[in-house]
Design a protein around this ligand. Structure first.
Ligand code: UGA
Length: 465
């Protein structure tokens, strides 16, 4: 068996954008589809695998399963080069130098912990096809200690000792809506290796450097650390972001009690560059497939490690976040004269954030459903997410235009801050509604504009004028 460990077998190709690799991407969900397309765009030969044949066929024919700005165009141009192919037969990836594991780690049903079924299934299936010198790179968001377990599982499946499986943990930090930019020009690369400083680790680092050569040559920081640290970087980053949002939403609650204005407060504290303005947008809070489930999985893992006290604050971060949704329902009820029963409510936005058709844990849809359950007739509009919402969250009435959504409404709720809603001319909607009341759940509309057009404008964390 040739020993992969000899670093001489992997001469340093660091920072050379000339050398391209043969890459496999396992899993073509949000992360995998974007990663595969971006790696092909960088010049690598990429074969992307998924168990879902429908998805594979669609991607191979240039159709993406999700909305992400720029992805359709980049998929088309990468397919045209012939460097990007898709398969549902894992044996096809056997020639790859580097295998990226990009499968999902959703919240386990009825529990806080992450469901690792797909990650382990990928490891078990990949093992028998893994070349002895090939590198496996984990990108999925996982609980700390998964990388080492995965290495052992791959080893068992490959029939060799764990020490002869090359694995780097390389978390992703991409944001939906900016996924291509975040993949091609990330803020930083994090590489978790089995034993930092050893020739084996250096060989793995050099190979991954060759994959990311273009970004590294542009000066993107690259940090090498052990597996647990690399796994923790990802969840710590998301926990910090969630905490920042819940912090400003907690201030929003206090502003509501004290008659303060959370937007003015956020603007003022953000000028302290130790605090900064980013992620201080008060409103109905965070949703999506990452922050909510990642903080819950982080708490669950800390509990298993006996470090649960360290993260009890995240329980409060989660609670503050969910309270904002309930507060929005209360404000809608108040605007409807104390009851939602028999009222018509317009909801602007279904996606968990703008520039995405992702409705996972969407605050907007949770609020829409709660209001409907209270007896109102709810009409929801979204520029991109209606096709998914109609299938996955049937209940509210989904309509194709803002005019249809607001027709006869007793109150209009702005819950996802699409540019289209910010650009609305409120005077064109005044005569369509029963009562011109708008509640801004994202604090992104211009209050003066709406008030001048005859609307009562209310928002979370701002004084009621
Ligand atoms: C998040 C992280 O920002 C990424 O760095 C990370 O890679 C990704 O999760 C992941 O783990 O894969 P994403 O879920 O795309 O990215 O969305 P964010 O931009 O973080 O927004 C999350 C939620 O917070 C949205 O519902 C958004 O509306 C809300 N938000 C954001 C606020 O309520 N206020 C803010 O100021 C900012």
């Amino acid at each position: 068996m040739p020993g992969w460990a000899a670093s001489a077998a992997f001469p340093s190709r660091r920072y050379s954008a000339e050398v391209t690799q043969t890459i496999s991407v396992i899993g073509t969900g949000y992360l995998g589809a974007v990663h595969a397309v971006c790696m092909a765009h960088l010049g690598h030969a990429v074969i992307a695998y998924d168990v879902d044949e429908t998805k594979v066929t669609a991607l191979a024919n240039g159709r993406t399963p999700l909305y992400e700005p720029g992805l359709d165009e980049l998929l088309a141009s990468s397919l045209a080069t012939g460097r990007l192919t898709f398969t549902s037969n894992l044996a096809d990836v056997a020639d790859a130098d580097v295998h990226f594991i990009c499968v999902g780690t959703p919240q386990a049903p009825g529990e806080n912990r992450a469901d690792l079924t797909y990650v382990y299934a990928a490891a078990d299936a990949l093992g028998p096809h893994l070349r002895e010198d090939a590198l496996v790179v984990g990108k999925s968001t996982v609980p700390v200690a998964t990388a080492e377990r995965l290495r052992r599982r791959i080893a068992t499946a490959a029939g060799r000792p764990a020490s002869q499986v090359r694995l780097v943990w390389n978390p992703e930090f991409l944001r939906e809506g900016f996924a291509i930019e975040d993949t091609l020009t990330p803020d930083r690369f994090v590489y978790g290796v089995a034993e930092p400083g050893t020739p084996e680790a250096e060989a793995d680092v050099a190979l991954l450097d060759a994959v990311y050569a273009k970004s590294l040559a542009d000066g993107t920081p690259r940090l090498v650390m052990d597996y647990p640290s690399a796994e923790l970087v990802k969840v710590a980053a998301n926990a910090f972001l969630a905490t920042k949002i819940s912090f400003i939403n907690a201030m929003s609650e206090v502003c509501e009690a004290a008659g303060g204005d959370v937007v003015a407060l956020a603007e003022a504290i953000g000028h302290d560059d130790r605090i900064g303005h980013k992620f201080l947008g008060a409103g109905v809070g965070f949703g999506g497939g990452c922050l909510p489930k990642d903080i819950r999985a982080f708490m669950a893992r800390a509990g298993e490690l006996g470090a649960d006290q360290a993260l009890t604050f995240l329980r409060e971060v989660d609670a503050i976040n969910l309270r904002r949704r309930a507060r929005m329902v209360d404000l809608a009820r108040e605007a409807c004269g104390g009851t939602l029963h028999g009222r018509t409510v317009a909801v602007l936005g279904a996606a968990f954030k703008p520039n995405s058709d992702d409705i996972r844990d969407s605050p907007a849809l949770d609020i829409a459903e709660m209001i409907q359950a209270a007896g109102a007739s709810v009409r929801v509009h979204d520029p991109r997410a209606l096709h998914v919402a109609r299938v996955q969250r049937p209940g509210p009435d989904y309509v194709d235009t803002v005019q249809e959504a607001v027709a006869g409404a007793h109150v209009v709720l702005h819950l996802t801050e699409w540019q289209e809603y910010r650009d609305l001319d409120p005077s064109t909607l005044t005569t369509s509604v029963t009562t011109p009341v708008i509640i801004d759940g994202r604090n992104k509309l211009d209050p003066a504009r709406w008030r001048e057009a005859g609307w009562t404008y209310r928002a979370l964390g701002r004084p009621h004028i």
